[in-house]
Design a protein around this ligand. Structure first.
Ligand SMILES: Nc1ncnc2c1ncn2[C@@H]1O[C@H](COP(=O)(O)OP(=O)(O)OP(=O)(O)O)[C@@H](O)[C@H]1O
Ligand SMILES: [Mg+2]
Length: 331
């Protein structure tokens, strides 16, 4: 493997390699890069060698993850910023092309908040979870299933990835029960029926899941997207569960940027939660992540979705980015 200097150089090269961003055309960036037409004039021999090394460096990771399932919780800036959206879609497309089975579970916090305000409902949170009355759950469902979900399917489609939008009601995927009387129609996942996911993956289709649950009472439930991603990852024995979010990773102390934790065991996460270092949206993320690891998911990652190609860098390079959470302490 390479040393840190090489890895930094490679990451810089990946960042400066032209991508399909803004073109909406599948494979455009890759084709350009392959032709060695990065910028004006021919690339130097060193650049060409570096590009070959980048490709070779990815080989062991492709070997390890080919045929395996990676569940991606898609949220934050990666979902709203145009160039980050394109970067994400390019990454998912590459994962699919090398035979990694991607499953996307998306949130929609800011869009839901906006839609609720438009409907005259003031959003409220308890322990990082949105209070959802009957009117709110209708807005949540309309926004997630009617707007955000097809938007992501279209985005992926623009990069040559065949994706299909589903929500937890489809195929009885996510059966929900009320989580807490104070939260209204916020669901806890009671049961996962992943047949619909396997059906899509077996045909090379990327499932894009809106986290709406189906209650045994017939009602629709708003399920936190992190919770849904963890439950899905566990049910389909995902190799990796990746949360794309708007922080570099997990901090020991949120106020101290130098306290970023590159690697942590499930026990370490439990300690961190007990110490009171976790607040807001990180709580549901870590709790769902612990449940998934306990349920057999090998690794979970908290990645900075504001960084272009965070997903590719995590999966195909030795350094990894963000915070990796493992079942046990790994050395
Ligand atoms: N110890 C911690 N380390 C890192 N982030 C933390 C920590 N404690 C709390 N947080 C907060 O958790 C937030 C991430 O969760 P948040 O719910 O806001 O984002 P998301 O789940 O990616 O997006 P969305 O909920 O809109 O889909 C961070 O922005 C940060 O403010
Ligand atoms: Mg969140």
């Amino acid at each position: 493997m390479t040393d840190r200097d090489d890895t930094d150089q490679i990451k810089t090269a990946i960042k400066s390699t032209p991508t399909a961003a803004g073109h909406g055309a599948a494979g455009h960036g890759a084709a350009t890069a392959a032709a060695g037409a990065a910028g004006a004039g021919a690339p130097s021999a060193a650049t060409t060698t570096l590009k070959a090394r980048i490709l070779m460096e990815a080989k062991p990771y492709i070997q390890a993850y080919r045929g395996k399932i990676v569940v991606i919780k898609y949220g934050g800036a990666a979902m709203t910023d145009e160039s980050l959206r394109e970067s994400f879609a390019g990454d998912v497309s590459l994962l699919s092309l090398v035979g990694i089975k991607a499953v996307v579970v998306h949130g929609g916090g800011p869009q839901i908040t906006r839609a609720m305000r438009q409907a005259g409902v003031e959003p409220k949170w308890v322990d990082g979870l949105r209070v959802t009355d009957a009117e709110s759950v209708r807005v949540v469902q309309t926004t997630l299933v009617g707007e955000i979900n097809p938007d992501i399917v279209r985005l992926l489609g623009g990069h040559g990835t065949i994706a299909a939008g589903i929500n937890g009601i489809d195929g009885n995927l996510l059966v929900a029960r009320p989580k807490d009387a104070r939260l209204g129609f916020v669901g806890e996942v009671d049961e996962v029926n992943p047949a619909i996911i396997y059906g899509l993956l077996d045909r090379g289709i990327v499932p894009v899941i809106a986290p709406i649950g189906h209650g045994r009472d017939g009602a629709a439930y708003n399920i936190n997207a992190d919770t849904a991603a963890g439950a899905v990852a566990q049910a389909i024995a995902a190799e990796k569960l990746v949360y794309l979010t708007d922080v570099e990773g997990l901090y020991r102390d949120l106020g101290d940027r130098s306290s970023l934790l590159p690697r942590l065991s499930a026990a370490g996460v439990r300690e961190l939660i007990d110490s009171g270092s976790i607040s807001a949206g990180m709580g549901p993320k870590l709790r769902s992540c612990l449940a998934a690891l306990q349920g057999g998911v090998k690794r979970a990652h908290i990645l900075d979705g504001r960084q272009e190609h965070a997903l590719l860098l995590e999966i195909f390079t030795p350094e990894g980015v963000g915070t990796m959470i493992t079942q046990e302490d790994e050395r």
